[in-house]
Design a protein around this ligand. Structure first.
Ligand code: ADP
Ligand code: MG
Length: 558
């Protein structure tokens, strides 16, 4: 039987692809710059094994030039270039990637920096251009060729003149229509911003002719226009630098440049992992709460890079909710990207990275708690509530991660203490971890219920946050010590006689009965108490819910 190849309506296919795989038009520049970087990389790899070839760093760069008058945007590189066959194969066949082939051939060396793999990125240029003209001269060739296309209608290739090796891509930027404008892709500041956003860490210089105004030499008031060639990208990502070469200021600068926040981060975490999954990450614990942090509008997430190229602005899968305050980025070569590079194909690697990151954040917070208590206090003031929410969420399944990180105000220490600190100070005869809930520390201090516990010399944790008691219910017990509200019926410190006295008939039987009748639908029982010292009366509960919790539950919208 004869086996037939599928035919494709390539015109339709191209149109579909151009208009459906990308959600953002601006990424066309990322794609073309990535290709240029790959082209230079290829010369670099060739030079590693070819003695005749010298890789002189200074002669390799990419240049971006916008011409508003002619509505053209030109991206040229001094990379390896394309032969006539290359143009035909790589730009003429959709989904054919010369870069992927190169990577496979060179796997033994370190071709892993090559970005291209799908063979479609180039066509994204048609999202912003009517005509794309590629002029290229390949390494080792005498002649140059010009490839030109208006997109769906196919392409032409003709011989042409080009002095130097490399590729020049000219985009004829689309005219504006009634509801769409393409002018921004000819604006210097906008192009610069797009390059910074996606391609800041392309290894080779991306140059632009930047115009501006400056003071004339020798003058204090006269300005002059100038134009100078500038390198727009940072090239070496801070996360690929050696940690020992970096100062805290470098990280702070990065934090500010990346606009992670306007504050100064409390701490940075720099991870270079090369175990089961290879990735670099720089994470920050912010110094103050983002204004929208405790609102629905807040979006958690880390920037995700693949080989130094930005894939996602806010990858939320990388952070658990309880660490949603963490800012920063992750770069990995191991990600399985989908064709648009906007999403990930499989999340196995991502899950591994996320787990790894979670553990690193936890241990960073733990060492902060141990070694820099003041800084931890500052952190806790902003984000402690989120940690407590974390304990409560998902039926307490994160309590192991978080219970050592939470703190509560202590009646004894008059400051925030950890559960571990509390338990380690407990006298031998103390059975429970005692807490009292209320609106403020001052109010709790005056609660009659605290008297007996305090009298025993036991420490009491003050719960002033709505979430506190709910979180603690999820922890259930810490180091085998259960939690006990000071307002619960059985405090575990009453002597046998006390209990007996409370339960037995006594002289005031009639008074209590009378009170109970008056308060019939408000209280279950009125009885004598041995726990009071200076106050005449107090409430106590014997169920799971304390009075404070009931108050909160009642105030919640159903
Ligand atoms: P990918 O980069 O995923 O391979 P593209 O559609 O972006 O897919 O590019 C297709 C191919 O065209 C590349 O693999 C590469 O072989 C070739 N190519 C594109 N741009 C250039 C360039 N500036 N210099 C040399 N080759 C290029
Ligand atoms: Mg590409």
């Amino acid at each position: 039987m004869e086996k037939k190849q599928f035919q494709a309506e390539s015109k339709r296919l191209l149109e579909m692809m151009i208009n459906s795989i990308y959600t953002q038009r601006e990424i066309f520049l990322r794609e073309l710059l990535s290709n240029a970087s790959d082209a230079i990389d290829k010369i670099y790899y060739k030079a590693l094994t070819d003695e005749k070839l010298v890789f002189d760093k200074d002669s390799y760069f990419v240049k971006v030039v916008a011409d508003k008058e002619n509505r053209t945007l030109t991206i040229s590189d001094t990379g390896i270039g394309m032969t006539k066959e290359d143009l035909e194969n790589n730009l003429g066949i959709i989904a054919k990637s010369g870069s992927l082939a190169f990577k496979k051939e060179n796997e033994a060396k370190d071709g892993h920096d090559i970005i291209g793999q799908f063979g479609v990125g180039f066509y994204s240029a048609f999202m912003v251009a009517d005509v794309v003209t590629v002029t290229s001269k390949a390494l080792g060739e005498d002649g140059a060729y010009k490839w030109e296309s208006t997109g769906a209608d196919g392409y032409t290739i003709v011989p042409c003149e080009k002095d130097s090796i490399g590729t020049e891509i000219v985009l004829k930027i689309k005219e504006n229509s009634e509801d769409e404008s393409f002018d921004e892709y000819l604006e210097e500041y906008r192009l610069k911003a797009i390059i910074k956003k996606y391609s800041d860490f392309i290894k080779y210089p991306i140059k632009m002719d930047i115009t501006g105004k400056r003071l004339q030499e020798g003058s204090e008031s006269e300005f002059e226009d100038y134009q100078e060639e500038q390198i727009v990208n940072s090239m070496v990502p801070i996360w690929k630098k050696n940690k020992s070469e970096l100062t805290p200021e470098d990280y702070e600068k990065f934090y500010a440049e990346k606009r992670y926040g306007f504050d100064k981060p409390i701490k940075h975490i720099h991870i270079s992992a090369d175990g089961a999954v290879v990735y670099n990450a720089i994470l920050f614990i912010p110094g103050s709460i983002p204004f929208d942090y405790y609102t629905k509008e807040f979006e958690k997430g880390l920037e995700l890079y693949s080989n130094g190229v930005l894939i996602m602005d806010k990858c939320s899968d990388l952070l658990p909710d309880y660490f949603s305050f963490v800012k920063g980025m992750v770069d990995s070569e191991d990600l399985s990207l989908n064709i648009s590079r906007e999403l990930l194909q499989h999340d196995r690697q991502l899950k591994l990275i996320a787990k790894n990151i979670k553990n690193k954040i936890k241990s960073q917070l733990q060492s902060l708690l141990k070694d820099e208590r003041e800084t931890y206090d500052q952190f806790y003031k902003s984000f402690g509530r989120q940690l407590k929410f974390g304990i409560y969420s998902d039926y307490g399944s994160h309590k192991d991660v978080l219970q050592d990180l939470v703190m509560f105000y202590s009646s004894k220490e008059k400051k925030l203490v950890t559960l571990d600190e509390y338990v380690s100070r407990m006298p031998e005869d103390q059975k429970y971890i005692y807490y009292a809930s209320g609106e403020t520390n001052e109010r709790i201090e005056k609660l009659p219920q605290t008297e007996m516990v305090a009298d025993k010399g036991y420490e009491i944790l003050y719960f002033t946050d709505d979430i506190d008691e709910f979180a603690i219910k999820m922890i259930m017990q810490y180091k085998e010590k259960e939690f006990k509200s000071v307002s619960s019926g059985d405090l575990g410190i009453e002597s046998e006689e006390d209990n007996k006295a409370e339960n037995e008939e006594n002289d005031n039987k009639e008074l209590f009965e009378h009170m109970q009748n008056l308060l019939a639908d408000k209280v279950k029982k009125v009885k004598e108490s041995k726990r009071l010292r200076s106050h005449p009366v107090c409430f106590s509960t014997d169920g799971e819910l304390t009075i404070e919790m009931e108050k909160i539950l009642k105030s919640m919208p159903n």
